[in-house]
Design a protein around this ligand. Structure first.
Ligand code: ACM
Length: 760
């Protein structure tokens, strides 16, 4: 008996060991099942690739090209061979069309799949096991791969990236690079937002003015904002190749010819990536309307209160135009899925149109959302007649929609939308702004949030879970004027998304963060302008009583940290922060991490203030909670609440926005005391969307003001034990809010401030 227990124990230990070994392999996404064994297989120029007759020609070629890139020579391909070989097997019993098995032992590598996509993913797994330097063409005599067994398949069929090529334009070469990186991490859908108010990017032969005029614009306000930011960060410089001179004017733009796009579609298909075109209508059509003014109900082309004016769903000429465009689009893109947009439509002109009034009466259309549904449903019937499926942004469900359309959820502030779509029977793709809009700047929490994102909302269970076919990150390009900036926004966030979608579980987050560190060498070799890992424990507003020590644990060994004290942007010529820096006077530092290849991380501004401890306030008659004033109004800055009359006041137990706060735009002022448990230098971390300012002991501790997406700022204050005055102002401009307050003391992990600390 004891022997059995011992054996069992040894077996369990071995399992744990194998699992932890497996987790240290540089693989993202982590395979569903992976076991390591003893030994390894060596690939040399004498290794043979065994390919089953009639199967996997393209994938075999891609495997051979990959190995030849390192070995300098293609391997021999055979259909049978008994020596040292990499053998590809067609195995019809593998049911997932993207699934594969990979076995490496001392005598052979065996890859099996039922479909080419599975073999392709296995090749990308092998690629990640090869030395990163292969990516820049380094040469090797051999590759030694560890013995292992992988049985792998994705959890979700839709593992997407989106790129807006309208607001700023990206070259075909860049799109190829983008596809290569998606393939490396087993992503399989590229959604191209091809048209918008700011530019029409795909040649349509029947309507040449769409690109002759619609692909070009004079610099707009986004361009100007980028040019301003380029002064401090060259990634914001507009890519010059998209700027032309025409008729004495400087124009920005570009478009893809149908021939170019067809070639790109084929390039993606070889990597088992589907390109999904989006022609956004009926809104976001200004570029088209300028060229073809007949498209609107009244011939006007302008911006409404929030969005631009849409095309008119009440004229047959609109449908003729839309169908002609989508017919050409379907010739270019063989994808089963075609995206029609359908977001952010200003329908006010439809209400004024005689044609719309007549149509609504004739068809029994009760309101404007239903009129939009009439347009979408009619277009869907057209798509279906061509064997395609329609995708639309989640607004398409507002006026009722057929259950065969696919809903792409994006409006974080309408959490019920995907549930409603699923209940209606629609398939859903999740792309909520938080955390999946990669045009929002990343911070130290982004990767965690993406990795822990629930593609299937918690309210969904049973059979309905199957309607959630996957998720996607969207990259809107208003503020992304260059390929470098696009890289920076996409990477490494895409790796977290890729693993989340492949595995659909968050248990391996710790191992993922370690495996991510192993990816940077490969990304360097691929010349990816990725966002460097965050420097840990950075505080924006530091306070000290005697002296402060700034020591930073570098996330990557070859990273170096440089800082300036004169307000200038740090370069590698600035002061280097080696082990630590002692600070004993009030001063400001600007600091950034650099990689050997020159990549620069985010710039941190760190302010240090010499202060004395602030004495506590005496008040013996306090009650629990904070007094809170609620203003139902729109504020751009928290200061605009001052002097206004609150719509209501209440006691808040903690820093949360109560469910009674319903206004889309509002302001809150929390007032009272915070009961400090012991003398110390306290750090406070204020995350808000939109703005907030925290004052403790009448000192501005954190300033996170203004209208912005969720972002954390932090600051310190030196406090004596006891009651200290507390004031937090928060504003939400519309579109969903976030408000969180955490604290730490003496380097502790930031945690939420307990309710028991708040008094009034
Ligand atoms: C969107 O972000 N307007 C879909």
């Amino acid at each position: 008996m004891r022997k059995t227990i011992l054996l069992l124990f040894a077996f369990l230990l071995l399992l744990v060991y194998c699992k932890s070994m497996a987790q240290t392999l540089p693989l993202i996404p982590l395979p569903t099942h992976l076991t390591m064994s003893e030994g390894n297989f060596t690939i040399t120029e004498n290794t043979v690739i065994v390919k089953p007759k009639g199967y996997f020609a393209s994938e075999t070629q891609q495997l051979n090209n990959l190995l030849a890139k390192g070995l300098g020579k293609k391997l021999r391909e055979e259909s049978t061979f008994s020596g040292m070989a990499i053998q590809l097997i067609h195995d019809a019993s593998i049911t997932n069309v993207e699934g594969y098995t990979l076995e490496i032992n001392a005598s052979k590598i065996t890859i099996a799949a039922s479909e080419p996509a599975g073999i392709f993913h296995a090749v990308e797994t092998i690629r990640q096991l090869l030395p990163p330097a292969i990516e820049r063409g380094a040469k090797f005599k051999k590759f030694v791969l560890p013995a292992l067994k992988i049985n792998d398949a994705p959890a979700f069929a839709w593992r997407g990236m989106h790129l807006d090529v309208s607001r700023h334009f990206f070259s075909i070469d860049y799109l190829k690079t983008f596809l290569d990186r998606m393939a490396l991490y087993k992503m399989n859908k590229l959604h191209l937002h091809l048209t918008d108010d700011e530019g029409w990017r795909i040649e349509i032969k029947k309507y040449p003015k769409l690109t002759e005029q619609g692909a070009w614009r004079v610099f707009d306000k986004n361009d100007s904002a980028c040019m301003k930011r380029a002064k401090d960060n060259p990634d914001f410089a507009i890519d010059k190749e998209h700027i032309i001179q025409r008729d004495g004017k400087t124009l920005y733009g570009g478009f893809y010819t149908q021939t170019e796009m067809k070639a790109l579609v084929a390039y993606a298909a070889a990597k088992h990536i589907d390109i999904i075109p989006e022609i956004d209508m009926p809104g976001h059509m200004m570029a088209a309307i300028t060229a073809y003014p007949f498209l609107t109900c009244n011939g006007e082309n302008k911006r409404g209160e929030l969005f631009t004016k849409p095309i008119c769903p009440c004229n047959e000429t609109t449908f003729e135009f839309a169908e002609n465009i989508f017919s050409e689009i379907m010739d270019i893109f063989p994808s089963k899925f075609i995206h029609i947009g359908g977001d952010e439509v200003d329908r006010s002109d439809w209400a004024k149109s005689a044609a719309c009034k007549a149509l609504m009466e004739r068809e029994g259309i009760k309101d404007l959302p239903a009129l939009q549904s009439y347009f979408i449903n009619r277009m869907e019937r057209f798509f279906n007649s061509k064997g395609r499926k329609l995708i639309g942004w989640d607004e398409i469900i507002e006026g009722g929609i057929s259950n065969t359309a696919i809903v792409m959820y994006w409006r974080t502030w309408v959490p019920e939308a995907p549930i409603k779509a699923a209940k209606n029977g629609n398939q859903v793709i999740m792309t909520p702004g938080e955390p999946l809009y990669f045009d929002n700047p990343a911070d130290q929490y982004s990767i965690y949030k993406i990795y822990h994102f629930n593609t299937i909302p918690k309210a969904i269970s049973g059979e309905q879970t199957k309607q959630f076919i996957g998720a996607q990150a969207n990259i809107w390009a208003e503020n992304i004027p260059s390929e470098k900036r696009a890289d920076y926004m996409a990477m490494p966030r895409m790796t977290a998304l890729a693993e989340m979608l492949w595995t659909n579980q968050a248990d391996e987050y710790e191992s993922y963060t370690k495996r991510l560190l192993l990816q940077y060498k490969r990304l360097d070799a691929l010349h990816v302008n990725y966002r460097l890992p965050d420097l840990p424990g950075m505080i924006n507003e530091n306070v000290f009583t005697d002296a402060d020590t700034l020591a930073i644990k570098k996330p990557l060994d070859d990273m170096r940290i440089f800082y300036t004290t004169d307000g200038s942007i740090p370069t590698t010529k600035a002061n280097e922060l080696k082990k630590y820096l002692i600070i004993n006077t009030t001063q400001s530092l600007k600091l950034a991490a650099f990689m050997p290849n020159g990549l620069r991380g985010d710039i941190y501004q760190l302010n240090f203030k010499k202060k004395s401890y602030i004495e506590a306030v005496q008040n013996t008659s306090t009650k629990p909670g904070l007094l809170c004033s609620y203003y139902k109004d729109f504020f751009k800055k928290v200061g605009f609440m001052n002097g206004k009359t609150a719509d209501s006041t209440f006691t808040a137990e903690n820093i949360i926005v109560p469910s009674t706060v319903k206004a889309p735009s509002f302001g809150l002022q929390y007032r009272g005391y915070i009961d400090i448990p012991a003398d110390g230098i306290y750090s406070f971390y204020l995350t808000c969307d939109d703005g907030g300012i925290l004052r403790i002991a009448n000192e501005e501790t954190v300033n996170n003001d203004g209208l912005h997406s969720a972002a954390e700022k932090n600051g310190q204050v030196a406090l004596r034990k006891g009651l200290q005055s507390f004031a937090l102002d928060f504003i939400e401009g519309g579109g969903g809010f976030t408000l969180k307050l955490k604290y730490s003391v003496n380097g502790s992990t930031p945690t939420e401030v307990p309710s028991s600390w708040f008094k009034n």
